[in-house]
Write a protein that binds this ligand. Structure first.
Ligand SMILES: [Zn+2]
Ligand SMILES: [Zn+2]
Length: 359
């Protein structure tokens, strides 16, 4: 080997040995860690909505079926600086924290119905909004029965509350602020909608939907600065929902593809797994198909339909194509399949619809 080449090789080996030795150094490890933390904490809160803007962020688009890429059902509404959650599925607080959503600004939670997948994350939302600086009990609106749910979560976490206050002090974690407060909503029998909130320019309307035996079950419509978002909750095809969502900018609607669920049923039966097969047999009866949801969006003259609560799990584009079969025939435009982190911003008094990702 030529002498200059030997020198170069020796140099490379020396640099590699020095770099390896440096990486073993605890000082370098902690310096790199500090740089990473500095970058992470200096990047500020998530940008949700401007003061004159309504936005909807899909926090969780999953269902009770396990899916690593989708948290349990949860949707965040940002009306200017005020934040509201519709449903609080498992892992929704984790997503909100990862995205740096200012949890102390969550004014209230609206529960669509009392199925476990829609309330499973309530404990973490309760804790993390308190830790983030919430100074008063958190209101949880929902169908009758919400009092029992809220009382149960308050009771289950009462001991943990005392540990946290003792550890961090009452100035940081005031004990009276930890709790949830239930606000049951009753829609008069002869009506399908009712007003639940009218404050700071935001109007929230509750809509009766059909999800037997989870009864009553609700959707919610949010109107702010001349823009609106409607969230279906879990429901069968329901033209009352289309009437209540009339002219809405964004309709966030659940969807179940029956053909795919039927395939799952058949394969589970063939694999001698009758219990999950029975569930696949039962669930199409109380959900809406993607094509039906498109019809509802058309009847409502919704500008954008966003699918959420996707059943079954759609892990790739092939499954997604099967999931959306027939939708384009009914609604060729204005359809988006939701994913965790999808955000739609609606600037006030305009027709603009900005679709993007939170991070
Ligand atoms: Zn559900
Ligand atoms: Zn449900």
């Amino acid at each position: 080997m030529k002498r200059p080449l030997l020198f170069v090789l020796a140099g490379v080996v020396l640099v590699a040995v020095a770099a390896f030795a440096a990486l073993q150094s605890v000082q370098l490890d902690t310096w790199i860690f500090r740089l990473a933390v500095h970058h992470a904490v200096a990047s500020g809160n998530a940008k949700l909505a401007g003061v004159n803007e309504l936005a909807v962020l899909l926090v969780g688009t999953g269902t009770p079926l396990p899916d690593v890429s989708r948290a349990g059902p949860s949707t965040l509404i940002a009306a200017g600086d005020h934040l509201y959650l519709v449903d609080v599925g498992v892992d929704c607080a984790r997503n909100l924290q990862l995205w740096k959503v200012p949890l102390n600004k969550i004014d209230a939670v609206f529960i669509t119905h009392l199925h476990s997948d829609h309330i499973g994350g309530l404990a973490d939302v309760r804790l993390q909004t308190w830790v983030a600086g919430r100074k008063a009990p958190l209101k949880v609106y929902g169908p009758p029965g919400i009092e029992r749910v809220v009382a149960g979560f308050n009771e289950a976490y009462a001991i943990d509350d005392t540990y946290r206050t003792k550890h961090h002090g009452a100035a940081m974690l005031p004990p009276n602020a930890a709790k949830l407060v239930a606000v049951p909503i009753v829609i008069p029998r002869e009506r399908t909608t009712a007003s639940v909130l009218d404050a700071s320019g935001l109007r929230v309307t509750v809509i009766r939907v059909k999800h037997e035996p989870a009864n009553p079950a609700y959707g919610y419509r949010f109107d702010f600065v001349g823009r609106s978002v409607t969230v279906s909750g879990d429901t069968i095809y329901d033209e009352d929902l289309a009437r209540a969502a009339q002219g809405t900018d964004v309709l966030v609607h659940e969807a179940l593809a029956p053909e795919l669920v039927a395939i799952m049923h058949d394969e589970l039966m063939a694999a001698a797994r009758p219990r999950p097969a029975k569930i696949m047999h039962d669930i199409p009866g109380y959900h809406t198909t993607p094509v039906e949801a498109a019809r509802i969006a058309n009847l409502a003259h919704a500008k954008l339909l966003v699918y959420t609560h996707l059943l079954p799990v759609v892990p790739n584009w092939i499954a997604m194509r099967a999931f959306l079969k027939g939708v384009a025939d009914v609604r060729p435009r204005g359809v988006k399949v939701g994913h965790d982190g999808l955000i739609v911003r609606l600037p006030g008094q305009s027709q603009t619809i900005e679709v993007g990702d939170i991070d």
